[in-house]
Write a protein that binds this ligand. Structure first.
Ligand SMILES: Nc1ncnc2c1ncn2[C@@H]1O[C@H](COP(=O)(O)OP(=O)(O)O)[C@@H](O)[C@H]1O
Ligand SMILES: [Mg+2]
Length: 309
């Protein structure tokens, strides 16, 4: 069977019980340095504690955050799958508590320039992650680049990290506005969940959400869900310096408790349910959007136009 056929089968089978499908959660933000990588890593640890198998895909081009925060040097990254013929299992590095991570390297931005055959090859490989992981967390870069937009458009479930800084709120708004205008974005098939990070009190977190939600509901007609707040916590900052996730290093820290509660909100009974779609469906978007991407997106790091409100 050729790979294109294999991909068609993978996509066609996505709703049948024979193939397991991972839940794919994309973590993003309007502004850098607001805590995305910490959210990705600590939610991964909390999910592991609940018995889930978790893999993080580090898609923040060039910054290689996850490996630094895990204090682990990966032998391979996604580029090696693309250019060295490595298998998907070879490019997974196992971090603390057996959280797997895949360093995107330049592999992800490179994906947009690959031929269709090559893309199919990669997607068929990535689809194998569905059998290895229950949840896949994608840590994206910040801001309105087309590369980030492509990830968000493909995501059923987005976690938007924001902080009380005025620039973080306006950048969150700009990101949602750009997403809402992006070709192939489907409001009805996407749930956007907000985390307020670096807050002083829980009330501040809730108010921050209310403010963002009000303006997004009014001007973008996009529904947002509130996941909860993470306090500004010196133990979190310290854990970053120590290259071990705060959820492991400081189990009683206030931020660890907040991650526990957010992971609970994502998994509990009251959670907004999304049917897992798996990795193949996620990346097939790139192929489906091929024409559009080559005319409107082009390269991977161009900035889409986003005027303010
Ligand atoms: N809740 C928090 N309390 C204290 N410091 C934080 C908190 N969240 C993030 N930080 C600090 O901000 C820095 C950037 O966080 P990071 O997760 O790398 O952000 P991003 O991935 O969005 O760029 C961290 O190294 C840490 O020092
Ligand atoms: Mg980061």
């Amino acid at each position: 069977m050729d790979q294109a056929q294999q991909l068609r089968n993978i996509i066609k089978n996505e709703n049948t019980p024979q193939r397991p499908l991972a839940r794919v959660i994309t973590v993003t933000s309007g502004k850098g340095g607001v805590g995305k990588s910490n959210v990705a890593i600590n939610l991964a640890i909390q999910f592991r504690k609940m018995g889930q198998r978790v893999i993080i895909l580090d898609a923040d081009f060039g910054l290689a955050n996850i490996e630094i925060m895990f204090g682990t040097v990966p032998k391979h990254n996604l580029s090696d799958l693309i250019y060295q013929g490595k298998n998907i299992k070879d490019v997974i590095t196992w971090g603390p508590m057996d959280v797997g991570f895949i360093s995107g390297g330049s592999g992800i931005s490179g994906m947009y320039n690959l031929s269709r055959d090559y893309l199919v090859y990669i997607i068929v490989n990535l689809a194998e992650l569905d059998a290895i992981a229950d949840t896949i967390i994608i840590d994206t870069g910040a801001g309105i680049s087309n590369a980030v937009m492509e990830f968000l458009v493909a995501s059923g479930e987005i976690i938007l990290v924001t902080t009380p800084e005025p620039t973080s709120i306006t950048d969150s708004y700009s990101l949602l506005k750009a997403l809402n205008q992006y070709p192939r974005f489907s409001k009805d098939n996407t749930v956007i969940k907000v985390v307020s990070n670096k807050v002083t009190t829980d009330e501040e977190g809730q108010q921050l959400f209310n403010k963002l939600n009000a303006v997004v509901a009014r001007y973008q007609k996009l529904p947002l869900t509130y996941l909860g707040a993470i306090p500004q916590d010196q133990y979190l900052a310290r854990s970053v310096m120590q290259q071990t996730p705060v959820s492991i290093q400081y189990p009683n820290a206030r931020s660890t408790k907040a991650f526990e509660s957010i992971a609970g909100a994502l998994s509990g009974k009251g959670a907004v349910e999304i049917k897992p779609r798996g990795m193949a469906a996620f990346f097939s978007h790139i192929i489906t959007g091929r024409k559009l991407s080559s005319t409107t997106a082009g390269g991977s790091n161009q900035t889409a136009s986003a005027n303010n409100t």
